[in-house]
Design a binder for this molecule. Structure first.
Ligand SMILES: *Cc1c(COP(=O)(O)O)cnc(C)c1O
Length: 436
């Protein structure tokens, strides 16, 4: 089924079943077959590399049923906080298929990973000292070191992790850094992995490849320095950019592998086990957000459609609209795509600040009260990672399945009840500030 047909079928189901409408003005949707297809595309692209663990970056879609689906499809996962670790375990990932990359690991986090046997990439040399102190004699955890090849930024500064001043990893080109890294490996025979994540959305493939080529050469240098093949695996991070401007998947995982193979052929020859950590590229295009148009008004002559798809589900788009434009389509109340002539209009959210607008002067068929808007390609880092501003509830998320020729919606995350909002806002401490 074409993407647009899937969207319309899901909207029709959502409005007839009431998961979208009165009481539920916004919801997220995940195309289950689409996720499986993306995982297959990833595995196919690396099929010629003997030993690869594809670890999904949990932050891109921290929803237990989605993680369970990914585990079932053959993925491992990358976690970066105690909460993500817990979600991954709840989803059924076994520790040997997990990688912990938290940027500022507490001692408790390190201890937990080493006890459970979860692989861990230390962010810096001081963190390695903590690992020295906490490592049990027979830990099964693969332990690595994250380095920053300092190859520079992509088009979005906040997404570029391998800049000169990035907060991540050991900055390799800083004076004395390489020598310290070589020494760190020499002193720790159990340190067997190198890790880099060059950047996320906005980092062009050649930049990523340049960083990973540097990672591979460093592994060779370390092994030469210590006189044996101590570094046996390379964790390449994620960061394949996503095309947000139409339905085409571009670049593909195959493009990624081709650019990598051109830049550093030996990287993929099987002498190193590989780990990948893709997030956005697996989920973004397999999810969308839908919201009901509550009101339409004009202000200073501009049409504005007010919906509940605002900064709480599209935070980056609202705050950095140039870097994170999102594709929007207008639909009739029954989900059918509107095709009337396009007129410029704002699509605004429900939050109490003026900037809460997901599209400015966007050319769309004239929207009316009761219509629906769809924010496309929002399966990663949007509704799955909501922002708590204005105490808006987390919207419901539904899996879209096709069974026996019919579209079926299954619950992935229930809409947040207001009672839970009270509870997580200190409801049980209501009296705490009274009294003498
Ligand atoms: C965010 C992140 C990823 C995933 O990045 P995507 O752009 O979603 O592929 C992978 N590894 C690390 C260390 C990250 O911080």
């Amino acid at each position: 089924m074409l993407h647009q047909e899937k969207v319309q079928a899901a909207l029709r189901k959502a409005t007839t079943e009431g998961v979208l409408g009165e009481g539920h003005p916004v919801a997220g949707f995940i195309d289950v077959q689409g996720v499986r297809d993306s995982v297959t595309a990833l595995h196919d692209a690396f099929a010629h590399v003997p030993d690869v663990l594809h670890a999904f970056a949990v932050k891109a879609c921290p929803l237990v049923p989605v993680l369970r689906l990914l585990a079932d499809a053959g993925m491992g996962c990358e976690v970066a906080s105690p909460g993500e670790t817990r979600l991954a375990l709840a989803a059924g990932f076994t520790p040997e298929r997990m990688v912990l990359d938290s940027p500022a690991k507490t001692r408790a986090e390190i201890r937990e990973a080493l006890t459970l046997g979860i692989a861990l990439n230390a962010d810096n040399l001081t963190e390695l000292d903590r690992v020295d102190a906490l490592r049990p004699q027979h830990s099964r955890s693969v332990i690595g070191l994250r380095v920053n090849p300092q190859v520079g930024a992509g088009t979005i500064a906040a997404m570029s992790t391998a800049t000169h001043h990035s907060k991540f990893g050991v900055a390799l080109d800083d004076p004395g850094a390489r020598a310290r890294v070589l020494e760190a490996f020499l002193r720790r025979p159990w340190l067997t992995r190198l890790h880099a994540h060059v950047g996320s959305q906005g980092c062009p493939l050649p930049l990523i490849a340049k960083g990973l080529a540097a990672l591979h050469r460093l592994a060779e240098d370390i092994n030469a320095y210590v006189g044996r093949r101590q570094v046996t695996s390379l964790d390449l991070g994620g960061g394949l950019p996503v095309n947000f401007s139409d339905d085409t998947t571009m670049p593909t995982f195959k493009d990624y592998v081709r650019v990598l193979a051109d830049a550093e052929p030996a990287l993929l020859d099987g002498r190193y086990e590989l780990v990948t950590e893709f997030g956005r590229s697996l989920l973004a295009k397999n999810g969308f957000t839908a919201a009901v148009v509550e009101y339409v008004k004009t202000s200073g002559g501009r049409r504005i459609a007010l919906t509940h798809a605002g900064a709480q589900v599209a935070t980056r788009t609202v705050f950095m609209p140039e870097a994170w434009p999102v594709r929007i389509t207008g639909h009739a109340p029954d989900g059918v795509l509107k095709t009337t002539p396009a007129v410029p209009q704002d699509v605004a959210g429900p939050l109490c600040f003026a900037g809460d607008v997901v599209a400015h002067e966007r050319l769309l068929p004239e929207l009316s009260e009761g219509d629906l808007v769809v924010l496309h390609d929002t399966g990663a880092y949007y509704f799955s990672a909501p922002w708590a501003y204005n105490s808006l509830p987390r919207p419901g998320v539904y899996g879209v399945l096709h069974r026996a020729g019919d579209t079926v919606l299954v619950p992935v995350r229930s809409p947040q009840p207001v009672e839970e909002l009270v509870e997580e806002s200190g409801g049980c401490h209501a009296e705490a500030l009274l009294g003498p």
